[in-house]
Design a protein around this ligand. Structure first.
Ligand SMILES: O=C(O)CCC(=O)C(=O)O
Ligand SMILES: [Fe+2]
Length: 329
């Protein structure tokens, strides 16, 4: 079980800096809420404290701010966790396929084109408001429904480790974000199931975003076996903590490599039922201004439905990951 960390114990160096208030997230077996951070002036000692808290609280941190952040401030907070990764859907191969006119552009050329349009390639805007004018914009009805459990961008070889969501506009009700600890899920994996999956890989599909909307240039595969994605080990090891986590990506178009499709479907249903048990989950109700950071290696997340007459806008950044380490070779 997760030990309850002692939140009052701060390193001596912290006495010289503005104090951060750190407390466990209410109602969760993991996660901490941090207040008192000035994202324009993050000290080395605060950085170390944030990283320690993230580890002791198993990969989920909520920074509460009383105002909206500037893009540079969100990037400064992102830099505490790692190097920027491109937002999905902007660069070919990262949640996007080249359209006819764009074929053969290198990543650098695509980047230059985005910059020329004034687009920040590291920032994703997720919502039904125009990110610049804040005018309501038409979106697919699926946006308002339930978004499936997933880890971000796990259809690429080296998925981002951290994702940061910054709440710009949120409905009074609905649109919560769920998090589910895959470290807890791995600890409670029945032995027979562990033995069965220890050396297996699951392909994580890139066709659809988590709301079920097809990504730019993508069309439905004939079957999960043909889906475009990347195979990852079902059980991964997390460098730095030594923990093991279940790594499933998303259920839609998931495929256990080497199995007959019906066998794969059955095993995935069993794994998902285990991995998403209520006991491993926490449901976050947002306040405007908050930034929630999670470790995609340790946690699944999903979004609860919301009323289609309401507005919700998040900014999201993500950090470059490192090679996925299988728990068993
Ligand atoms: O908007 C949310 O609450 C979650 C969206 C999501 O899955 C993400 O930003 O990765
Ligand atoms: Fe996501």
């Amino acid at each position: 079980m997760f030990a309850s960390p002692k939140f009052n114990e701060q390193p001596a160096a912290s006495l010289a800096m503005p104090p951060l208030d750190i407390k466990p997230l209410e109602g969760a077996r993991f996660g901490a809420e941090i207040t008192g951070l000035d994202p324009k002036n993050i000290t080395a000692a605060q950085r170390a404290l944030i990283r320690d808290t993230y580890k002791s609280r198993h990969g989920l941190l909520c920074f509460s701010f009383e105002r909206l952040l500037e893009a540079g401030e969100l990037h400064a907070l992102t830099a505490v966790f790692g190097e920027n990764e491109y937002a999905p859907g902007l660069i070919d191969g990262i949640g996007k396929r080249a359209t006819e006119g764009e074929k053969n552009l290198s990543a650098d050329e695509q980047l230059a084109a985005l910059r020329a349009q004034g687009r920040d390639p590291y920032m994703a805007y997720i919502g039904n408001l125009d990110p610049h004018t804040l005018a309501v914009k038409p979106v697919d009805e699926k946006f308002f429904g339930e978004w499936e459990w997933h880890t971000d961008m796990s259809y690429i070889e080296i998925p981002p480790t951290f994702s940061l969501l910054h709440a710009r506009a949120i409905p009074e009700e609905g649109g919560d974000t769920g998090f589910c600890s895959q470290v807890l899920a791995a600890r409670q994996l029945p032995e027979a199931l562990r033995t069965k999956v220890a050396h297996l890989k699951v392909k994580h599909d890139s066709t659809y975003g988590s709301s079920g909307i097809a990504r730019p240039g993508m069309t439905a595969p004939a079957s999960p076996m043909e889906a475009v994605g990347y195979p990852h080990p079902v059980l991964r090891s997390i460098p730095g903590t030594g923990d093991e986590a279940i790594f499933l990506g998303r259920r839609t178009n998931g495929y256990v490599m080497g199995m007959a499709l019906d066998e794969s479907e059955k095993l995935l249903d069993e794994l998902w039922a285990h991995a998403t048990q209520e006991a491993f989950c926490y449901r976050h109700q947002w306040r405007v201004g908050q930034v929630v950071v999670w470790d995609n290696r340790m946690l699944l997340h999903m979004r609860y439905p919301m009323d289609n007459s309401k507005a919700r806008l998040m900014w999201r950044t993500q950090t470059k990951g490192e090679a996925v380490v299988p728990a068993y070779n």
